[in-house]
Design a protein around this ligand. Structure first.
Ligand code: ZN
Length: 274
C-alpha cells in the first residue's frame, strides 16, 4: 500500500528520538504524518514543536493523549477537565486531526466501574464545547479490557460509539487493532462507526503470542495474530480513508533498535502485511 497513508505514532520511537529528531527522520523516510505525545511536545516546548512540524510539512494524524477523567474527588475530576482543555489547545496549535482520549479507569480504592464510566461521560461532556470551539474532534479510544481498572473503562467499539451517540458532534472513535481485534462484534461495530462518520483514527501494530508485558510488548505488524488485511478491509468498507498509524510500545524489542531500522521495518510491513 502507498505510504502516503502511513503515519507514525511517535511513541513507537520514543526511546530513540526526541520530537525534532523524530520529525526529521520521518521526513527523511518519506513518511508524511505523525502522532506526537504530550510529553514529547513538552520536552521541546509547544512553540518549537509547532514550528518544527509546520516547517517539515508533516501532517498530525492525532495527538496523544487526553482522558483520564475518573477521580475520587470532584476537585481531582476538575483538574483532569482543565488538563484536557489544555490538551485541546495544544492539539489545535499542532494542527492535529483529533485528540485521542484514553478515558481512564477506576478512581483509587473504587470497585464501581459503572460510576467510573459515568465520570468518563461527564468528563468528555465537560470538555466537548471547548473541543468544538477549537475544531479538535475527540477520538475516544476503546482499550482492551485488561486495562479497564487503570487506563480505560471504555473497552469496546460499541461502548465508545454509544458514548458518541450520547455526546453528539465532535466525538468519534480511534480504532486500535491491538485493543479490539478479538471483539466478536468488531465488523458490525466498525460498519456502524463508518456509517455515522465516527472513525477518526486507525492504529496498527500486532498482538504477540505470548505477550510478556501488558503494556510494553506490542508487536510489529506481521509478527503476531491480528488479521490486519481483514481489519483494513473492514475500515475501508466503512468509508475510512485517513491515516494508518503505527503505534508500538516495545520496551524489550523495538525501543532497543536504531530508529531508522524501526521506521524502515514499519514501512516495509505496512506495504507487505497491512
Ligand atoms: Zn492507539
Amino acid at each position: 500500500m502507498d505510504i502516503a497513508r502511513l503515519s507514525i505514532n511517535l511513541a513507537t520511537v520514543r526511546k530513540q528520538w526526541n520530537l525534532h529528531d523524530a520529525v526529521e527522520a520521518c521526513t527523511r523516510h518519506g513518511i508524511t504524518a505523525i502522532d506526537p505525545w504530550r510529553d514529547q511536545v513538552a520536552v521541546v516546548g509547544l512553540t518549537d514543536a509547532v514550528r518544527a512540524i509546520k516547517a517539515s510539512g508533516v501532517r498530525v494524524s492525532g495527538y496523544c493523549r487526553g482522558g483520564m477523567f475518573p477521580a475520587a474527588s470532584a476537585a481531582d475530576r476538575q483538574t483532569a477537565i482543565d488538563d484536557n482543555r489544555r490538551a485541546i489547545d495544544e492539539a489545535a496549535a499542532l494542527g492535529a486531526e483529533c485528540l485521542v482520549l484514553v478515558v481512564g479507569g477506576l478512581p483509587a480504592h473504587s470497585r464501581d466501574i459503572g460510576e467510573a464510566r459515568k465520570m468518563v461521560a461527564d468528563g468528555i461532556a465537560a470538555i466537548l464545547p471547548h473541543a468544538r470551539a477549537c475544531s479538535v474532534p475527540l477520538a475516544i479510544e476503546p482499550l482492551h479490557p485488561m486495562y479497564a481498572p487503570d487506563r480505560a473503562c471504555v473497552n469496546t467499539v460499541r461502548q465508545a460509539l454509544d458514548l458518541c451517540d450520547q455526546l453528539g458532534d465532535g466525538t468519534g472513535v480511534a480504532i486500535d487493532v491491538y485493543h479490539v481485534w478479538w471483539d466478536p462484534e468488531i465488523e458490525a461495530q466498525i460498519a456502524r462507526a463508518g456509517g455515522a462518520k465516527r472513525i477518526l483514527a486507525y492504529h496498527i501494530c500486532d498482538w504477540l503470542v505470548p505477550t510478556r508485558d501488558l503494556l510494553l510488548d506490542r508487536g510489529m505488524m506481521g509478527d503476531g495474530v491480528v488479521d490486519l488485511p481483514r481489519m483494513r478491509a473492514m475500515i475501508e468498507k466503512a468509508g475510512y480513508s485517513g491515516y494508518h498509524e503505527v503505534e508500538i510500545f516495545s520496551a524489550a524489542n523495538w525501543w532497543t533498535k536504531p530508529g531508522d531500522e524501526v521506521l524502515k521495518t514499519c514501512i516495509e510491513r505496512f506495504k507487505t502485511v497491512c
